[in-house]
Ligand binder design. Sequence first.
Ligand SMILES: [Zn+2]
Ligand SMILES: [Zn+2]
Length: 133
Amino acid sequence: MGLTNCSECGKLYVENAARICPDCYRRQEDDAETVVEYLRDVDKATLDEIHQATGVKHKIILRLLHSGRIMGSTISYPCETCGTLIDAGRLCDKCSKNILDQIRTDERHQEHEPQSPSPKNRSRMYGNITDKE
Ligand SMILES: [Zn+2]
Ligand SMILES: [Zn+2]
């Protein structure tokens, strides 16, 4: 256990499991409570609506959302790439599909470039075709 800088406020503190200083931790717990309290009467809200209503930072609401602290309500928040409102994962359908396509294209490149058919292979293929005929 050593001293480290808080990722929220930059203050030095003794390292702990929460990875933020005790002050920020307490503040975040308060924020969490505020958000959970607000959502008790709401089954659908956008990230911005929650922010407007509670004053809690988007980043903190998202963290609560991803850590499973917010349950029972549908929260819409912007896709990390294009900003379309989504309520699951980090990217909208379109962007996750784009990323999958991108990965597939990269894989195809990696597979093909090193083993482009050598002239020897090509002549063997050609030979097979003439054998059949
Ligand atoms: Zn702090
Ligand atoms: Zn998107």
